[in-house]
Design a protein around this ligand. Sequence first.
Ligand code: PEP
Ligand code: MN
Length: 366
Amino acid sequence: MSSNLEIVPVNQWFDKELKAPLVIAGPCSAETETQVYQTAQQLSKIEGVQIFRAGVWKPRTRPGNFEGIGLESLEWIKRVKEDFGFYTSVEVATAKHAELALKNGIDILWLGARTTSNPFSVQEIADFLKGTDVPVMVKNPLNPDLALWVGAIERINKAGIKKIAAVHRGFHPFEHTKYRNIPKWELPISLKSMFHELPIIIDPSHIAGRRNLLFEVAQKGLDLNMDGLMVEVHHQPENALSDKEQQITPSDLSEMLQKLAFRRNIATDEFLNELNQFRNQIDSIDTQIIELLHQRLDIVEKIGHLKCKNDVSILQLSRWEKIMETRLEYGKELNISEEFLTKVLQLVHKESIQRQAEAMEDKKKD
Ligand code: PEP
Ligand code: MN
């Protein structure tokens, strides 16, 4: 999967510069004017929170649940922007939503997981956004399909939107898991390695699904060098009309932000030198491991020929058991986990049997 994106860095999105790491906070859903206002007022006192989020149209799995207030609540969010100076963001699932959001002065749009999963919806929104300059955040699709996530980002980018970020909110599990949505960190990491310039924001609220797990998910995201956090915050989470279990109060958020380790990413020369020395050592050791494996397999082939000549079967169980026993014992002395070493030895053994079988075939043909 290769592709190029034209991306404008986050600090150039607006006149007033957004600072890294990006912290986006606000309720899952805008429910009442008071709830939106009070939540925003309390958030405005927390350093680092620059963007206010709220769901206006809520994609609910089953009908009959609270589906958001819609248009009327955009007015409340507008007030938050005027009174507290936040940039504001809402989820849009159709071109009509996008039109109403822009008309009401919303600064940033985001595509929810369900929308990203549907290329028709994404294309419809992308077509509507042509000619605008609004920043768009694209949440990952519900299922762990990297191409679908990339595809949605590309559709938006092809429409001329260069202010783009991805939001990682985890993937829908079929079985019961610790988290509401499985993080599968390898996907955002792959996305980052495809598009180095693309900011990726972690949504620990939707990954964790429960308040007490938010911190560990957020920290993990930051440790993996992700670029910001989107957190669901409600002034009274216990009364929330959606995602009640995962919303936290503004003061919980403030505490969490203070406890999180935002690692400095500016490497000093001294650090880089030391890191490079270690990396050189690893490079050299890996080369030796490969060369030793090569030597081992060469000898294995010779054994194959010898066994063939003497009409002896390939697998000598007692020899294999002896190998495992002695190697694991030595590994234990060197503090190498038995589980890890067993896997490595089994792989080497499997390849050796294969090589011997090939060697015997060749010998028979001679
Ligand atoms: C949300 O952000 O409230 C939301 C509906 O999220 P997602 O699209 O990640 O489920
Ligand atoms: Mn939510």
